[in-house]
Design a protein around this ligand. Structure first.
Ligand SMILES: Nc1nc2c(ncn2[C@@H]2O[C@H](COP(=O)(O)OP(=O)(O)OP(=O)(O)O)[C@@H](O)[C@H]2O)c(=O)[nH]1
Ligand SMILES: [Mg+2]
Length: 326
């Protein structure tokens, strides 16, 4: 299986280094919102209660969430009492350690196993979170790994949604199973999985219409889609991927909670960690749901989605680009 000759870097590997560098530029657009100007805040002195309070404010306004912030501040305070916080660097290191403890367990990339076939991914989320775009990017990625992919156009609500997928599918040679607008999404996805079984396709990725987590009937519709897929394979869908817009702050956590209650989320993709996003909502979701973070998105083009890695993510979050100094 493995080849000892110098391996061709795969399409997924090639842009990797650049990805987190770009994340750093786009996330902070200058200095890190978490660690900017600490030296000025504490000229020459040792960190004290007031300094830790300032860090607490920054974490909360960065949408890290109350639970994660409490945990981080707790470890800072313990170190302060034990006189282990000699300087601001020790504070930053302690925060990083706590964040890593929360995020590292969520570093679980999406791996399509050998069986069963087809492996079914149901993609859910609120309107405009980036579901359809992310499906295109994931389909390409899986295709690049040698999997055959079929897309189910389960968003039958928005007329343009089917077209959006079909255009993309044609361009990338990925079959798209669709029905007319207004069709029952559960029926579309059922057909698609059945067709994939017949064609021995490896992976089905099912799109769904955006819905607010507060719309009970639409959340129930999702549960129905899930149930109907289960009729073809009791373990399917094998992945329920929640797409969250990373720039929606604390709202992302509320959405995650609700979608998880309704259908049971097995992985998340967090998009739009560019623009106004601070990236903190990712920590809040990780802390509360402890769910695998499969992908993060930092823009609209295909190379702007990559696998989540806690270490490089934290470097990008905490180090900034230094562009805002002076
Ligand atoms: N800046 C930025 N834009 C993104 C990212 N991911 C997706 N988008 C954009 O967000 C917009 C909405 O994306 P879609 O993929 O259509 O979102 P959706 O969840 O399918 O939307 P609905 O089907 O209407 O619920 C598009 O303009 C995408 O190009 C990202 O990581 N960063
Ligand atoms: Mg869509």
């Amino acid at each position: 299986m493995s080849d000892s000759r110098s391996p061709e870097p795969s399409a997924a590997e090639k842009p990797r280094k650049g990805f987190f560098r770009r994340l750093r530029e786009r996330l902070n657009q200058g200095e890190s919102w978490l660690t900017y100007d600490l030296a000025h805040l504490l000229p020459g002195g040792k960190p004290d209660e007031a300094f830790i309070e300032e860090m607490e404010t920054r974490l909360l306004t960065g949408d890290v969430g109350v639970d994660a912030t409490e945990e981080i501040i707790g470890s800072l305070e313990r170190k302060l009492w034990r006189d282990e916080l000699k300087d601001t660097r020790a504070v930053v290191a302690t925060i990083r350690e706590s964040l890593l403890e929360i995020l590292a367990p969520c570093e679980q990339p999406l791996v399509v196993p050998e069986a069963p076939r087809p492996w079914v991914i149901l993609v859910v989320g609120v309107n405009g979170a980036g579901k359809t775009t992310t499906i295109g990017k994931i389909a390409r990625r899986l295709g690049g790994q040698g999997h055959s992919v079929l897309i189910a156009a389960g968003d039958t609500f928005r007329a343009a949604a089917v077209e959006q997928l079909q255009v993309w599918g044609q361009r990338n040679d990925v079959p798209v199973i669709a029905q007319q607008a207004g069709a029952d999404p559960a029926a579309v996805v059922f057909d698609a999985v059945q067709s994939a079984q017949a064609r021995q396709i490896d992976v089905v990725i099912a799109d769904t219409a955006g819905r607010l987590h507060t719309q009970e009937n639409l959340m129930e519709e999702l549960a129905k889609v899930k149930r109907v897929i289960g009729k073809l394979d009791p373990r399917a869908p094998h992945e329920i991927l929640l797409v969250l817009d990373g720039s929606t702050g604390q709202n992302a956590l509320i959405q995650a909670r609700r979608f998880n209650e309704a259908v049971g989320v097995t992985g998340v993709a967090i998009t739009k960690l560019d623009g106004s996003a601070k990236g903190g909502s990712l920590v809040a979701v990780a802390k509360e749901l402890r769910v695998p973070i499969r992908f993060i998105g930092i823009g609209e083009s295909v190379e702007d989605l990559d696998v989540f890695e806690a270490g490089p993510f934290l470097d990008a979050l905490m180090e900034g680009t230094g562009a805002g100094t002076g």
